[in-house]
Design a protein. Structure first.
Length: 182
């Protein structure tokens, strides 16, 4: 290549000038402001089924099983002491009979049968209020023992009758009768 085949500087500026000016202007240009993309379209709810509504399934709780009946019994030592006390009551020896039953109560303090026996002793002594109190204690201790509760309510009824409280005696006796049918 010779020098004559090369374009002159003014010719080169005329050819490349607009390109160079466009490049310089592009480098100095301020970018366009940010515009966020459009939001996505709202989700379309699923079609509603037109089947008839079925009632919700309800699970019924089964009724709790009743507590098993647990009638109390006397242990061998308490049974022997109650037997002695009954003999002593029959002979009118109430103080010694009370001692025998109280010994049995020290052996088995939670046994309602012993409280009923002590109530019978107090009834025989003529202490009807104490007889009722002993029977009520037996009732509270024999929640799942209907026969024992019936015996205690029978003693309460006798105590009321002895004090002339006949309407209360009838109510207590009705309760005793209802429990003894179970």
């Amino acid at each position: 290549m010779n020098d004559s085949s090369r374009p002159s500087l003014p010719a080169l500026l005329r050819l490349c000038g607009p390109l160079l000016a466009a490049g310089l202007l592009a480098a100095c240009a301020v970018p366009a402001p940010y515009t966020p993309p459009p939001p996505p379209p709202a989700p379309v709810p699923p079609p509603v089924e037109t089947r008839p509504a079925t009632p919700p399934i309800t699970v019924e709780e089964p009724e709790p099983l009743p507590e098993p009946v647990r009638e109390p019994t006397l242990g061998a030592a308490s049974r022997a002491l109650v037997g002695q006390a009954q003999t002593q009551i029959a002979t009118g020896n109430f103080a010694v009979a009370a001692s025998s039953i109280e010994r049995a109560l020290r052996i088995e303090p939670g046994n309602p049968l012993l409280w009923i026996e002590l109530g019978k002793l107090r009834q025989a002594e003529g202490n009807y209020v104490q007889a009722e109190n002993m029977a009520r204690k037996a009732v509270s201790m024999s929640v799942n023992a209907p026969r024992t509760q019936a015996a205690a309510w029978g003693l309460i009824a006798e105590s009321y009758r002895a004090r002339g409280r006949n309407s209360e005696a009838q109510q207590a006796q009705a309760r005793a009768d209802g429990l003894s049918r179970r």
